[in-house]
Design a protein around this ligand. Sequence first.
Ligand code: CO
Ligand code: CO
Ligand code: CO
Length: 322
Amino acid sequence: MCQLPNSIPDPNLLVGIETSDDAGVYRLNDEQAIVQTVDFFTPVVDDPFSFGQIAAANALSDIYAMGARPITALNLVSFPIGKLDKRILAEILRGGQAKIEEAGAVIIGGHSIDDPEPKYGLAVTGLVHPDKVLTNASAQAKDYLVLTKPLGLGIITTGIKRGIVAQEDESEAIRIMSQLNKEASIIAQEIGVNACTDVTGFGLLGHLHEMMKASGCHAEVFCGEVPVIQSAWACLEKGSVPGGTLANLDYLKQYLAGDYDSDWKIILGDAQTSGGLLLSVPENRIELLVNSFKSRGLDMAVIGRAYLGQAGKIFIKNGKMI
Ligand code: CO
Ligand code: CO
Ligand code: CO
């Protein structure tokens, strides 16, 4: 996106393409701004209904990462019409529809093309109060860093493609990828956080790096606090590492410091599909936030802290946070 020429400045454009945030935000009036995003990809699991659910949860995630409420969505479909059974496409769309409904939004149209490789995703529009936009660029010194889904999804989906993942472990990964970031986003808005983004293809380290860099901060992350899906370790042992994960780590190497083992580096850098939210939470609100997640039975972990200076740098520590 950085190849685009600079556009004419527009006072209503609140978040544009310059800050590598999750979605664009455009002010309509004093009370409302629209948030727009689009995401689509090739199947990450075999079951078409599950793939549709995951693709929709992933597309919605950028809306939630901005603290917004999704209202409408458009389907984007590539499908080898005439080669694959049309019932497969119907199942993909049914999965997407189910998640959009769960989100309280509505599908109002879409577009499909004939393509040898199936792809599915959505363009989603959300609404947010112009003063309540959550960006990735405003973390503050001493903030606590919170992650709302466990890591390892890229490693596991690569394992699924290689046929080395047991059925129950695949089901667990599908459950996590299909889970909406809706409640996490609502809690983040209710309690008040300084910064928010979702963890997707750039991995925890990549998205955390972007957040810290844009905020003029560096981060400490404690491996002993980071939640990991158990089966990811077994996949990793069998050499199941996505190309995107290695590319992330190569790009980030100048920003990473600390002494940690190489398996942890791969887990932390792993390219996620439909991962959780990464929140930067002020010191005086962290207890409220943790309690709010707990009382609703939602997963979350406090994985580290932000500090002023050395913008974008991440210090990885073994063990637990003291
Ligand atoms: Co995002
Ligand atoms: Co994005
Ligand atoms: Co996205």
